[in-house]
Ligand binder design. Structure first.
Ligand SMILES: Cc1cc2nc3c(=O)[nH]c(=O)nc-3n(C[C@H](O)[C@H](O)[C@H](O)COP(=O)(O)O)c2cc1C
Length: 203
């Protein structure tokens, strides 16, 4: 695919076929992230990919339960999307959880912001790589509300595996990405015009 077509084709996919993704496919997508730029080349990211139905359902239910226990709290108003996002995760074939490396948390503000910007670049690289592979993806920030619970859940799952200590309490969960074969017709979301968002200052 031409690069501009990859940009045009990428969209948030909210319905996936149950077809499993191979480890090779996940590696290609995360290779996209690995090649992303990062502030001072610090590469402040780690990725954990969930490909099992049981774990996807558990992640989904951690998010859904948070919604159900907070939905009547006035401070939570406007965040109901966490429930819809949880339902998408319940049945998507792969969830890539994106963690920040512990070294950057609670450092000075510029390093913290730079780390988040760098992670954003890596996540977008993954979305574009998935599109190039003909797959759908959904960038998810709704994990924010339960980032500690999900981090604890992942740490528990990695215990006793070759990834023991891959994630610890210092690794903050920043966001997630759902990936899989697309099961819904393409929808196009509106964009602001260039005139609204761009100023070019010439001599
Ligand atoms: C940082 C970020 C976080 C997002 N979080 C969510 C989310 O938690 N749930 C969801 O359904 N969509 C989420 N989205 C998808 C946006 O809603 C979507 O990108 C936007 O509406 C534009 O649509 P498009 O991606 O199809 O072009 C997120 C997108 C970004 C960039």
């Amino acid at each position: 695919m031409q690069f501009i077509d990859v940009l045009k084709e990428r969209h948030s996919c909210r319905s996936y076929l149950p077809t499993p993704l191979s480890d090779e496919t996940i590696k290609k997508i995360v290779e996209g992230a690995r090649l992303a730029p990062s502030a001072k080349n610090e590469q402040p990211w780690k990725f954990v990919c969930i490909k099992t139905e049981t774990e996807s359902k558990e992640i989904s239910s951690i998010m859904a339960n948070y919604y159900l226990s907070h939905k009547d709290d006035p401070k939570f108003r406007g965040h109901a999307s966490i429930y819809a996002t949880a339902k998408i995760l319940e049945s998507c074939p792969a969830i890539i959880l994106v963690f920040e490396n512990s070294d950057y948390i609670d450092k000075d503000k510029i390093r913290n912001i730079s780390a988040l910007l760098s992670i954003g670049a890596a996540v977008e690289h993954m979305a574009l790589t998935a599109t190039d592979l003909g797959l759908g993806s959904l960038w998810i920030a709704d994990t924010y509300f339960v980032h500690k619970e999900l981090s604890t859940y992942i740490q528990k799952h990695l215990r006793g595996t070759k990834y023991e200590n891959f994630i610890d309490d210092g690794n903050r969960l920043i966001c997630a990405m759902a990936v899989g074969e697309i099961a819904e017709p393409r929808h196009v979301t509106p964009r602001k015009s260039l005139d609204e968002i761009l100023a070019i200052i010439n001599n």
